[in-house]
Design a protein around this ligand. Structure first.
Ligand code: FES
Length: 146
C-alpha cells in the first residue's frame, strides 16, 4: 500500500499569515504534514532538518517571514543561506535537494500557504519515498503539532 509522503513543515511563529490561513496551518494541515513552529527561521539549526530527514521526512518545508519583516532582523536571510548550503550537503549524501523547500509568506499572501503545501506535496509525491537517510523510526502519522 502506498501512503502519502511525509513532510515536515517548520513555520516561524511570527509569520504573518492571514488568520484563516493560520487556522488552516494550525488545525487543517493534511495528515501527512507534521508542523513544527520555531521562534524564527534563523533559529533553525541544520540538525533539526537532519533530524526530520532521519526520522523519515520525505520532504522538508520551511516557512519564514518576508525579508524585511523578520523579528530578528536578518534571521530569515541567514536561515536561507544556511539551508541552501545544507541542502547541497544533503543532496551530496543522497537526499534530493528538491525535497527541501523554503518559502517566505506575509499577510497579503492569502491562501498561498495552502498552494505552497499542495505544490510541494505533489513534488515530493513525484520524487517518491526517501530511504537514503531514514535511520530511525518514522514520524508519527497526524497533522498539527506545536
Ligand atoms: Fe520570522 Fe525571523 S522572525 S523568520
Amino acid at each position: 500500500m502506498d501512503t502519502a509522503k511525509k513532510i515536515v513543515l517548520f513555520q516561524c511563529q511570527w509569520c504573518l499569515y492571514a488568520p484563516e490561513d493560520q487556522d488552516w496551518v494550525d488545525h487543517h494541515l493534511p495528515e501527512n504534514v507534521h508542523l513544527t513552529k520555531v521562534p524564527c527561521t534563523g533559529r533553525l539549526d541544520p540538525l533539526f532538518i537532519l533530524n526530520a530527514v532521519q526520522g523519515g521526512a520525505d520532504g522538508v518545508m520551511i516557512s519564514g517571514c518576508v525579508p524585511e519583516k523578520c523579528h530578528f532582523k536578518e534571521g530569515n536571510l541567514s536561515a536561507r543561506r544556511q539551508m541552501d548550503e545544507f541542502s547541497d550537503f544533503l543532496n551530496y549524501v543522497g537526499y534530493d535537494e528538491d525535497r527541501i523547500c523554503f518559502t517566505w509568506l506575509d499577510l497579503q499572501d492569502r491562501g498561498r500557504i495552502q498552494k505552497d503545501v499542495a505544490e510541494f506535496s505533489k513534488k515530493v509525491e513525484a520524487l517518491g519515498k526517501s530511504h537514503s537517510l531514514n535511520t530511525r523510526s518514522v514520524l508519527p502519522q497526524g497533522g498539527a503539532h506545536d
